[in-house]
Design a protein around this ligand. Structure first.
Ligand SMILES: Nc1ncnc2c1ncn2[C@@H]1O[C@H](COP(=O)(O)OP(=O)(O)OP(=O)(O)O)[C@@H](O)[C@H]1O
Length: 315
């Protein structure tokens, strides 16, 4: 769906992006991760031709981006940035309708789409549709930004630190919402961040960049092996293996109770993940925890052995 081959962007002597090659398959989220100035945004902007590349090839759906009429290319690519650029004197409805209006959708279809998108991003239609950006919190504005990028249903979404300006609690909420929405929509996404935990929560694949060079490109579980291992390990830190546990839902690792249910000192909801389970077991000095379903049914246990096995597999 998106393929970069030996892509470079040089500003005089500065190699902002240096011979970068990667492929993003349809329906996949690729996270570009790296410190400030490593070339993430430049890479993103070359995909929708906001910035021309110096050399190399970028293909979208098998076609070189240079061969697209630029408006057609951008129409098939939603773009969300940190300072989301909502127009302050337009209502939420008007902001989200911009692209559908450009595409000359009729009023009824446009309104239905706006309502559908507000619901999708978790904003109450009646409450928000007539608000102005100045009346929204950072997190709400970000949701509207995502809704706007999705308005014309583009198959590809580019997201540049979309949740960067949002406080940690709302940020976690937005990340979860985004993963939920993506499960429904299966967009092809390139997502830029410098936040390792965010990359882990969201990415199907993570590309770690440094000084314009891609140091490794792999699924989160495999990112510690391959590529420039020394750099990757140093960048991600030794606690990466603990962070990665947040990707594993408890429900997928349940085993039968090894003791009578009444013997368990700990109990976690089935919606938790292995990181929650490990933190709870370690802090309470327990080797296992019971797991309870939404309706109160006791489902089974998670024990330290299981967590260690998952960690070992990720090494
Ligand atoms: N128009 C420009 N002229 C010269 N240098 C530029 C220009 N745009 C970007 N750069 C440089 O290119 C490098 C990569 O910038 P880029 O914005 O892609 O980094 P980034 O990884 O997205 O950083 P951040 O996380 O801070 O947004 C930086 O060193 C930056 O200073």
């Amino acid at each position: 769906m998106i393929a970069l081959q030996e892509v470079c962007k040089f500003y005089d002597d500065l190699k902002a992006v240096d011979h970068l090659s990667l492929e993003v398959a349809e329906g996949e989220i690729c996270v570009l991760l790296g410190k400030s100035g490593c070339g993430k945004s430049t890479t993103l902007k070359m995909i929708n031709r906001l910035i021309p590349s110096t050399s190399g090839q970028i293909k979208v759906n098998g076609k070189n981006v240079e061969d697209y009429v630029v408006e057609n290319l951008r129409r098939s690519i939603g773009y969300v940035v940190q300072s989301i650029g909502l127009f302050p004197y337009m209502t939420v409805e008007h902001n989200i309708s911009l692209v559908p209006q450009m595409l000359k959708w009729d009023k009824k279809k446009t309104r239905a789409r706006v309502e559908e998108l507000l619901e999708l991003v978790g904003l109450d239609v009646d409450l928000y549709i007539h608000k102005y950006p100045g009346e929204l919190s950072g997190g709400e504005a970000q949701r509207v930004g995502v809704a706007r990028a999705l308005a014309a249903d583009p198959p590809i979404i580019l997201m540049d630190e979309p949740f960067g300006a949002v406080d940690p609690i709302n940020r976690t909420r937005l990340q979860k919402e985004f993963v939920r929405i993506q499960k429904q929509l299966h967009k092809t996404v390139v997502f830029v961040t410098h936040d390792i935990e965010e990359a882990l929560k969201i990415g199907d694949k993570i590309g770690i960049m440094d000084k314009g060079v891609l140091q490794n490109f792999a699924p989160p579980e495999k990112i510690m092996s391959g590529g420039n291992q020394a750099f990757v390990r140093d960048f991600l830190g030794e606690d990466y293996f603990l962070k990665i546990l947040s990707r594993f839902p408890i429900a997928d690792y349940l085993v039968s109770f090894s003791a009578p249910v009444t013997d368990y000192k700990l109990c976690l909801p089935a919606a938790s993940n292995l990181q929650n389970a490990l933190a709870m077991m370690v802090s309470q000095g327990e080797m296992k925890t019971a797991v309870q379903g939404e309706n109160g049914t006791m489902l089974g246990e998670i024990n330290l052995d299981t967590v260690l096995r998952v960690l070992k597999r990720s090494e």
